[in-house]
Design a protein around this ligand. Structure first.
Ligand code: HEC
Length: 119
């Protein structure tokens, strides 16, 4: 007698926790790729794609080549933010990148950080 007295009423709590964890994982999984997509869209809107592809040189170096070149350079985000805003020449070849005054500094930094994170 007495063995069946314990009701499994406590099992509801872990079920809810598991649901919460799943929901959080889902939110993170959705948010991360869409942030990366927002940066890709920004680069399209700002016309970077006219001269830069993910892979393969067009007029400018591929964005992945830029990420590789600066992989070990801790000042790269600052450097590239300035280059994106003001343009530059001679790092990749004789063709200059024109200045991009249509970008705010925050947008340029966002693109620099995004490019440096590409693999
Ligand atoms: C008219 C063509 C053109 C456009 C538009 C353009 N770029 Fe460039 N970009 C270049 C060229 C050419 C280079 C190589 C310059 C050099 O050799 O120093 C370059 C270089 C770069 C580099 C590497 C700089 C360095 O010093 O290593 C980054 C990062 C970059 N571009 C990002 C961008 C972003 C972001 C945009 C959009 C806002 C953009 N570019 C728009 C042509 C362009």
């Amino acid at each position: 007698m007495g063995c069946g007295a314990v009701q499994p009423s406590h099992s509801r709590l872990p079920a809810h926790l598991a649901g919460l964890v799943l929901a959080l994982a889902w939110v993170v999984a959705l948010a991360v790729p869409s942030l990366a997509r927002a940066d890709a869209v920004l680069s399209q809107q700002k016309n970077c794609n006219a001269c830069h592809a993910m892979e393969g040189t067009i007029t400018g170096p591929s964005l992945k080549a830029v990420a590789q070149k600066y992989a070990n350079d801790r000042t790269a985000a600052d450097k590239l933010t300035t280059r994106i805003l003001k343009g530059g020449v001679g790092v990749w070849g004789p063709v200059p990148m024109p200045a991009n005054p249509q970008l705010s500094e925050a947008e340029a930094r966002r693109l620099a950080v995004w490019i440096l994170g590409l693999k």
